[in-house]
Design a protein around this ligand. Structure first.
Ligand SMILES: NC(=O)C1=CN([C@@H]2O[C@H](COP(=O)(O)OP(=O)(O)OC[C@H]3O[C@@H](n4cnc5c(N)ncnc54)[C@H](O)[C@@H]3O)[C@@H](O)[C@H]2O)C=CC1
Ligand SMILES: O=C(O)C(=O)COP(=O)(O)O
Length: 625
């Protein structure tokens, strides 16, 4: 929940009223991705607009993508299809691109993000594995990464089964032998699959489909996946077992986990030693999950009888690779996702498994024609460039659209409270510790606050820095700037119809340029609610106020007395500044009070000075929203 503290601190700009952060606000969408794609960073960190709202963004397609996807991209953007770029060429081109689409053959390294100069805002991976994209660098640069996680599942599973059966019956080797004019019937005696144990390592989308198909071949299927639910496995007659049990009892092992630091070289010398002698291995996941040197030794020693590999640590592997050249290895050039159906469209059998309360399992089989990877990724990238939250975001929260609709006014409230709170901090105080409180009648697990936290962070950071914050980089940026954001829930009684009653933002250990913003417990405190869909400021420090969060706000501390509203109102009226809202929060009649005035236009410095000089006004601050 909380972003951990680091050593940097934030210093509010001396004059938030005139700060340049307001310049581009009209371009911002709520979530910032669109706005980001129209913004650019100068080397010195100043932001400016490089494209107008109606200028088309540019999308670089760096690997072959199905035509239907390219067409969809062209309807929205300028599309540059440039394949086989060297890393240097990619780095050069990227500074002119708002989005990049790749498959597994392009390394989207930190240098790519650095070279983009802040313009690259979406990377689309037209497939599942995102191990070729430096996610940490993407997040640090506020770049959303989306993938196409479903369209090639069946293709990959079918390729896994193709390799399994081809390996068991020596199809590739026998084919080569026949083509060489030989007829070696005794040499290519295979092994049967029926009754053999297959260990599926990684019981996700592909692993599950492989397991289903292997069961159809009469195999006994077990699976290992630390994160998969046992009931999903049980539903198709697969037992989830420990890693050691899986590898030590299998006749065949099929790998379907992602390449991550914890799965890197997960099949290594130590683990090969635990396997049954003569085990056969299929890999359509990633080459890096196997220690390839250790596999060559295991093949030489006979521990591993055969391996069928679609993926390699380095692709393409070196021509003299001992692994690829091994007589007992069948190799394909990363073809798992390469079917017409997966890349263009596919006919998908969706299995809906429904469980009755007494654990009877019914399976409905439906057939759908579904668009392939190209369309899936094109839609995701275009949506992200339009500022929509992507359902397949890899480095940002995925928020379902119904939740988003409901949260929208609170998202705006959150950002504005962040903006107000930070502008109340006296120059020279570093913001380090922010507490956000959400009061809601919803059950704690029925309120996703990631979006709200990101927007509060955006509100806190943007007024006082040149960094553009969005959903992708909010937590990272807060952490980098040493701001610790903690969240707390107040669970209210009553009807949970609205997701939230109020949001409170507190900044601890700082001084305020408006002393009344400091609550009894010593923090700057602002609180807001949504009324009729519009965000309102409802508390400043210990004072209750009510002013809609549109336009800007003047806060005045005064001794409560008649005529104050009129005095301030007439100064503003003299220069045609429209007052949208006015409210007075006071401790008791004729005692200390805080007057909050919403204004549609920015008052001149002269008018603000005159307001400050009204004798009974003790303190005042003008805040930009
Ligand atoms: N050869 C090819 O062309 C293709 C390769 N793939 C690769 O297949 C892999 C799986 O893809 P999907 O099934 O779509 O992904 P997925 O995310 O649906 O499934 C991956 C599963 O691996 C599990 N897992 C994570 N760490 C594990 C560990 N240490 N041990 C065992 N299981 C672990 C996860 O819990 C998850 O259930 C990915 O690496 C993907 O890149 C996918 C499509 C095509
Ligand atoms: O989707 C994946 O993870 C794949 O490995 C497919 O890669 P490709 O898009 O065919 O380069």
């Amino acid at each position: 929940m909380a972003a951990a503290a680091s050593s940097t601190s934030l210093k509010p700009s001396p004059s938030p009223t005139t700060a340049s952060w307001m310049r581009n606000r009209s371009l911002s969408t709520t979530f910032g991705v669109t706005a980001l794609s129209f913004r650019h960073s100068e080397p010195r960190g100043r932001r400016f607009i490089v494209l107008s709202m109606d200028a088309k963004p540019t999308i670089l397609v760096a690997e072959k993508l199905g035509e239907a996807g390219v067409k969809l991209l062209k309807d929205f953007a300028n599309v540059d299809c440039s394949y086989n770029l060297s890393p240097e060429e990619l780095c050069t081109k990227i500074s002119l691109c708002d989005a990049l689409i790749v498959r597994s053959g392009t390394k989207v390294s930190r240098e790519v993000f650095e070279s983009s100069g802040g313009r690259l805002k979406v990377v689309g991976r037209a497939g599942v594995g995102i191990d070729n994209v430096d996610l940490a660098a993407a997040t640090e640069h506020g770049c959303l990464v989306v993938n196409a996680p479903t369209a090639n599942t069946i293709a990959a599973a079918e390729h896994g089964i193709a390799l399994l059966t081809a390996m068991a019956r020596n199809i590739a080797q026998a084919d080569a032998s026949v083509k060489a004019g030989k007829w070696e019937r005794n040499k290519y005696v295979g092994v049967s699959l029926v009754g053999k144990t297959l260990a599926v390592m990684g019981f996700g989308k592909v692993g599950t489909e492989v397991a289903r198909r292997a069961k159809g071949l009469g195999m006994h299927v077990i699976a290992h996946d630390p994160y998969a639910p046992a009931d999903r496995a049980r539903a198709i007659g697969v037992e989830l077992v420990s890693f050691d049990e899986a590898i030590s009892s299998a006749d065949f092992i099929s790998l379907h986990m992602p390449l991550t630091p914890s799965t890197s070289k997960i099949l290594n010398a130590e683990n090969f030693a635990k396997m049954k002698k003569g085990v056969r291995i299929v890999n359509v996941a990633r080459g890096g999950v196997i220690d390839e040197e250790a596999l060559v030794k295991a093949l030489d020693s006979g521990i591993v009888a055969q391996a069928a590999l679609d993926v390699f640590t380095v692709e393409p592997p070196p021509k003299d690779s001992k692994l690829v050249q091994h007589v007992n290895v069948t190799a394909t050039p990363h073809l798992g996702a390469s079917t017409m159906e997966a890349q263009v469209y596919r006919t998908l059998h969706l299995f809906f498994c429904m469980f009755s309360t007494c654990y009877h399992v019914k399976i409905n089989v439906q057939t759908h024609k579904q668009e392939g990877v190209a369309v899936e990724i094109a839609e995701a990238v275009v949506g992200a460039l339009k500022g929509e939250l992507a359902a397949t975001a890899v480095n940002a929260p995925m928020v379902p659209s119904e939740v988003l609709t409901e949260l929208k006014p609170f998202v705006s409230l959150a950002e504005k409270l962040g903006r107000l709170a930070v502008q109340l901090v006296a120059g020279g105080s570093g913001v380090k510790s922010v507490k956000v409180t959400y009061a809601s009648a919803r059950a704690p697990d029925d309120l996703d606050t990631r979006l709200l936290r990101a927007m509060i962070t955006k509100g806190l950071i943007e007024p006082i820095s040149s960094v553009f914050v969005n959903l992708v980089n909010a937590d990272f940026t807060a952490k980098q700037r040493g701001i610790r954001i903690t969240e707390e829930r107040i669970v209210l009684d009553g009807s949970p119809e609205s997701p939230l009653e109020f949001i409170q933002v507190q900044i601890a250990n700082v001084e305020s340029k408006f002393a009344s913003a400091i609550s009894d417990s010593g923090e700057i405190k602002v609180e807001g609610r949504v009324k009729d869909g519009i965000p309102h400021l409802t508390r400043v420090g210990s004072f209750e106020v009510d002013v809609s969060l549109e336009g800007s706000i003047i806060l005045c501390r005064q001794v409560d007395q008649p005529g104050m509203i009129g005095k301030v109102g007439s100064i503003l009226g003299e220069e045609n500044v429209n007052v949208s809202f006015m409210s007075v929060g006071r401790i008791a009649p004729r005692k200390q009070a805080v007057m909050a005035i919403g204004v549609d236009e920015e008052p001149s410095k002269k008018s603000l000075k005159r307001i400050g000089e009204i004798p009974s006004i003790e303190d005042f601050v003008y805040l930009n929203l």
